[in-house]
Design a protein around this ligand. Structure first.
Ligand SMILES: [Zn+2]
Length: 218
């Protein structure tokens, strides 16, 4: 039990990221909540560190998820209940791309966001986590996906390359035009590797790498 963790849980709960009890224990739900919040910079590094450190010593964190697999495929990876839930209302073609991508991806991933409300977008812009009120999330033409490494969400950018590769391949197969936030360019029908796409973006002066973000361009 930690009053600091309790305080973090309260903040995360108010922001809508945490649905668990305010118990001061950095369990699985708290870790997931802080992971989500950190994605949109809705929590501090101190908070992330505190949760990470306490969670390591908490057995609950290592419990397997109770979510049963919903689809079986070649990669062996499946979209969990939460991912499928986050795809609700998303453009049909984009949903097909994500569902195909999980089948061929060399790395497991989860969908953390699909359709976004105007209020939430305004909040993200205010926080500096997004730069536009014309986000493709508002119309269901964008998804944010994150790599799952050793059962945890990874923010290591190296883990986003295999996801971009799988998403590009899936979109190419399905004939859906796809743009990736990691390089802010259309990646379907494009030669080269995701690493090269990012390099080209950076060489062009691009600095806002949004690895989880994939969209069907307007
Ligand atoms: Zn996004």
């Amino acid at each position: 039990m930690s009053s600091y963790i309790r305080q973090i849980q309260t903040t995360l709960k108010k922001a809508g990221y945490y649905k668990g009890d305010i118990d001061g224990i950095a369990g699985k739900m708290t870790v997931e909540a802080v992971n989500l919040a950190s994605q949109v910079k809705a929590c501090t590094h101190d908070e992330i560190r505190a949760v990470a450190e306490q969670s390591k010593s908490h057995p609950e964190y290592n419990e397997p998820t109770a979510t049963p697999p919903t689809t079986v495929n070649k990669s062996g990876f499946v979209l969990g209940e939460r991912s499928l839930n986050n795809l609700k209302g998303v453009n049909d073609n984009l949903v097909k791309v994500v569902k195909r991508a999980i089948e061929i991806s060399s790395l497991d991933f989860a969908v953390i966001e699909g359709v976004r409300t105007k209020a939430r977008q305004a909040e993200l812009v205010k926080k500096g986590a997004s730069k536009t009120m014309n986000s493709r999330h508002l119309t269901g033409h964008a998804v944010d996906i994150v790599p799952i490494v050793a059962g945890k969400v990874s923010w290591d950018f190296n883990h986003y390359y295999p996801l971009a590769k799988a998403m590009a391949q899936a979109a190419n197969e399905l004939g859906v035009r796809l743009r990736w936030g990691g390089a802010w360019s259309v990646i379907t029908g494009r030669a080269g590797t995701p690493q090269e796409w990012v390099k080209a973006y950076r060489n062009g002066g691009g600095r806002f790498l949004d690895g989880p973000h994939f969209e069907i361009p307007a």
